[in-house]
Design a protein around this ligand. Sequence first.
Ligand code: HEM
Length: 133
Amino acid sequence: MATRIVTYEELKANNHKKSLYLLLHEKVYDVTKFIDEHPGGDEVILAETSKDATEAFEDVGHSDEARALLTDMFVGEFEKNSGLKVQSAAKYAPSQSAAVSNAVQQGSNMMYFVPLGLLGAYFAWRYYSSGSL
Ligand code: HEM
C-alpha cells in the first residue's frame, strides 16, 4: 500500500481538539484521541499544531514508550516542498551511534574489570598458597 502524503493544507486544517494532526520527523500523526491522555497536557500539543513539532517533542526527551505510541497514530508522510521548514527525520533517527557508543563503553568497562579481576584472583591465590607453605 502506498504511503499517504499529507499536505501542509491538511496539517493546518487539523489543528483543533476535534481533529488534531502533529508533524514529527517528517511524518504526520493523528493525536486526536491521545491528546487527553498526554502526560504533558493538551496545551503543549495544541501549541505545536500547524507546524513542525519535532524540536519541541525532542526537547522534552520523550521515552521509547512515548515514541512507540506514535506507530498507531501514523497518518502519512508530510509533503515535500510544502514551504514549511521541517526538521530532517535523519537528525532524530534512533541513533545507531548511541547504541554503538554504549556497546563500546560496556566493552571498555570489561577491558578494565576483567584484567583487574584476574590480577585480584592471582594475588589471592598467591596469598593463600604461600600461607599454606
Ligand atoms: C504524539 C506525540 C506525543 C506523544 C505520543 C507524547 C507522549 C508522551 C508521554 C508518554 C509522556 C510521559 C513521559 C515519557 O514517556 O516520555 C510525555 C510527557 C511529556 N510530553 Fe509528550 N508526547 C507527544 C507530544 C508532545 C509535544 C508536541 C510536546 C510539546 C512540547 C510534549 C510535551 C511533553 C511534556 C512537557 C511532557 C512531560 C510531562 C511531565 O513529566 O510532567 N509532548 N509525552
